[in-house]
Design a protein around this ligand. Structure first.
Ligand SMILES: [Zn+2]
Length: 255
């Protein structure tokens, strides 16, 4: 089973952690939804006990997969240490989507009726340091590094089981996603179970596209990330596919 993650962010702790900052691989790994912790002053955002570790709060297994990929690629990892419900760093700063009142069937009372000023304050607290850490890490990375974000999605959405197991999402730059999909077996699906039209490629659009960096958002169904052995095996496959795809697209990256 997933290890129980920290539920409370200690007072004064940063909302982001950079692991393996000295990594010299040609990639930077980002995991926005790695954590379930909520700062003590926000309580539990009114979540029920049953929802407290649900997919609305974090991406179960994504942090472990991101860490394993970071190790295999010798790449830095920028990971959130705060629940996405405080402020989702993969949504525009201070937007309603960044502080959702409801996710699927899960109510978030602590986010209901937030003013624009309150959402902006959340952004200043969480998103500003997070994006600054991503930018600093990319600044220090090789010029042809790729941005790789790692997420998990819930197996059942609004009562409907999802068939997709592994998605490779892209925004307007599909180079890396397509090159990975060409070699990954079993198959990965492009822009499934959702895509840029759902607003989920914010991180790629914000940090990779302006720098013309190759990029991909890896989405794994969370029931495939429960056991450490599953995580390790998938990290092996993804690292191999990523390494090949980075090599296959190197000439384009150097344009
Ligand atoms: Zn996510």
């Amino acid at each position: 089973m997933h290890d129980t993650p920290p539920l409370t962010l200690p007072h004064g702790a940063a909302p982001v952690a950079v692991h393996r900052p000295e990594g010299r691989g040609r990639a930077v790994v980002v995991c926005e939804h790695a954590a379930a912790a909520i700062p003590a002053d926000l309580g539990d955002l009114g979540l029920t006990a049953a929802d407290r570790l649900s997919h609305a709060v974090w991406d179960p297994g994504a942090g472990a997969l991101a860490a394993a990929l970071s190790a295999r690629l010798d790449a830095p990892l920028v990971a959130g240490t705060v629940s996405r419900l405080v402020h989702d760093c993969n949504r525009p700063d201070g937007s309603a989507a960044a502080c959702p009142e409801r996710v699927e069937r899960i109510a978030v009372p602590g986010n209901v009726g937030l003013t624009a000023a309150a959402r902006s304050a959340r952004a200043a607290r969480v998103a500003a340091p997070f994006h600054a850490a991503v930018a600093r890490t990319l600044d220090a990375a090789p010029a042809d590094a790729a941005l790789i974000t790692v997420h998990s999605f819930t197996p059942v959405w609004n009562g409907t089981p999802r068939q997709t197991r592994l998605g490779l999402l892209h925004d307007t730059d599909a180079r890396l996603a397509r090159a990975m999909a060409a070699t990954l077996r079993p198959r990965a699906e492009l822009n499934r179970p959702y895509g840029p039209e759902d607003g989920v490629t914010h991180m790629l659009a914000r940090h990779a596209l302006p720098r013309s960096l190759r990029n991909v958002m890896i989405e794994v169904r969370s029931d495939l990330l429960v056991e450490p052995g599953q995580v390790a095996a998938l990290a092996d496959r993804l690292a191999r596919a990523l390494t090949a795809a980075l090599s296959d697209t190197a000439a384009e990256a150097a344009r």
